[in-house]
Design a protein around this ligand. Structure first.
Ligand code: PLP
Length: 443
């Protein structure tokens, strides 16, 4: 494949660059979510004009094979006809009512049918909101204040979660953002991911004060790092033993790695495994602002209006968003969907591994369902510290090499990638041909 530079118009004007300049005058950094600004990799963000199937076209008219899919939601690809029709029909019937609708029940029933650990759920509008609400619920239900999270796991940008490990073992964290007072994170304990010994020590010291443990089962916000089976098992056992709730954040992995989420994979390996609360987002909205949290009935009934834990939302359960999510889930629940998606994803990952090996580039990759990750490292990392040993400069060359050849992967080495059902074998082959050329230049 030759670099696709003919998209810049005859006068040589780069519309992405002019839009970026204009955006920066009115929006901080020119973007409404920081990673979009390409700060890690440098260069000009692509402004998306439209998308269809596995592709999007930027403001210059250049086509890209899209391996971000809105950071996960677009599991059917862009503009799936059944989803589009459901959204158009719902929009004609009204955008928002602030009163209950039948479709909210249907969506809740559809989600619960696939996630047996959840008996009830509540719909919200973003993963951040879902995670923040689940934490409040865990604290309200247990009457405890302290929470435990793991370094490299992202659960949205609620104040109490913008925290990194303090110095020394099993310490409470320090804010990672200005504007978060130290007092707000003083109850947040931060540990390395996949470290059973430190987990046990933290519970020995603080277990009786912990409201919950929250984790990503496959940490997609440090690219792709699986919680080991022993680590997940100990999280479950210790929460049960000390009366803390186990919250699995499946905003990224839910309906992405398997129909039953990542928790279904752990339930296969750990008999009786189930979280107390699950956080969902991304795929369940099919690209619309929609997320959810849910779990055991006794815990969920602590929420207002039944219980003392307040939670609310003007646009929660929005009729257009629920139509989009419901149509998406109905497509992906069809037999064979995940087998085909996983096979396509594997062929991409295995092809990338082979190309890297041919050119002597250190490369380790993993995938599950329609989610994948890779590292320019000789083996897969197990925690955030190891992820950060990845070769950033080399990643940036890989990123721009692929981008120049019409392949769009996440513009940061700590982000996962996503394949949709719309990606064809030919799309994968084009991607691998581009990767082959880029790896050759990286050696
Ligand atoms: C994306 C994500 C969130 C935050 O969701 P938003 O909708 O961006 O607020 C939370 N947790 C995980 C695991 C995520 O991947």
């Amino acid at each position: 494949m030759t670099p696709n530079t003919d998209s810049i118009d005859a006068a040589g004007a780069d519309r992405n660059a002019s839009l970026f300049a204009r955006a920066q005058r009115v929006i901080p950094g020119g973007v409404n979510s920081p990673v979009r600004a390409f700060r890690a990799v440098g260069g000009t963000p692509r402004f998306v004009a439209r998308a269809q199937g596995p592709y999007f076209w930027d403001a210059n008219g250049q086509r890209y094979i899209d391996y971000i899919g809105s950071w996960g939601p677009m599991i059917l690809g862009h503009g799936h006809p059944a989803v589009l029709e459901a959204v158009q029909k719902a929009a004609r019937d009204g955008f928002s009512f602030g009163a209950p609708t039948e479709r909210e029940i249907e969506l809740a029933e559809e989600i619960l049918a696939h996630l047996p650990s959840m008996e009830m759920l509540r719909l919200v509008s973003s993963g951040t909101e879902a995670g923040m609400s689940a934490l409040r619920l865990a604290r309200g239900a247990t009457g405890r204040s302290k929470i435990l999270k793991f370094e490299g796991c992202y659960h949205g940008h609620a104040d109490a979660l913008l925290v990194k490990a303090g110095s020394g073992l099993a310490t409470f964290g320090n804010p990672t953002s200005a504007g978060v007072p130290p007092e707000v994170v003083q109850h947040t304990l931060v540990l390395p991911y996949n470290d059973v010994a430190q987990l046990e020590q933290a519970f020995a010291e603080h277990g009786k004060e912990l409201a919950c443990v929250i984790l990503e089962p496959i940490a997609g916000n440090m690219n792709f790092v699986r919680a080991s089976i022993p680590f997940m098992r100990r999280c479950r056992e210790l929460c049960t033993q000390y009366g803390a709730l186990l919250i699995i954040d499946e905003v990224m992995t839910g309906f992405r790695v398997a129909l039953g989420g990542a928790q279904s994979l752990y339930a296969q390996a750990i008999p009786g495994f189930a979280p107390d609360l699950t956080v969902l987002g991304k795929v369940i909205g099919g690209g619309m602002p929609l997320a959810a949290f849910g779990g055991k009935r006794a815990v969920m009934e602590q929420l207002a209006p039944l219980g003392p834990v307040y939670q609310a939302g003007t646009l929660s359960g929005n009729p257009v968003a629920t139509a989009c999510g419901l149509a998406t889930l109905r497509e992906i629940a069809k037999p064979g969907f995940y087998d085909a998606l996983a096979q396509r994803t594997r062929s991409l990952v295995e092809g990338l591994e082979a190309a890297a090996a041919r050119h002597g580039v250190p490369f380790a990759a993993d995938c599950e369902g329609g989610m994948f990750g890779f590292f320019l490292l000789p083996e897969l990392p197990q925690n955030y510290q190891q992820v950060m040993h990845s070769d950033g400069a080399r990643f940036n060359r890989l990123f721009h090499g692929l981008l120049d050849r019409g392949v769009y992967i996440a513009p940061a080495l700590y982000e996962a990638g996503f394949v949709s059902a719309a990606h064809s074998e030919d799309d994968i082959a084009q991607t691998l041909a581009a990767a082959e050329a880029v790896f050759a230049s990286l050696r």
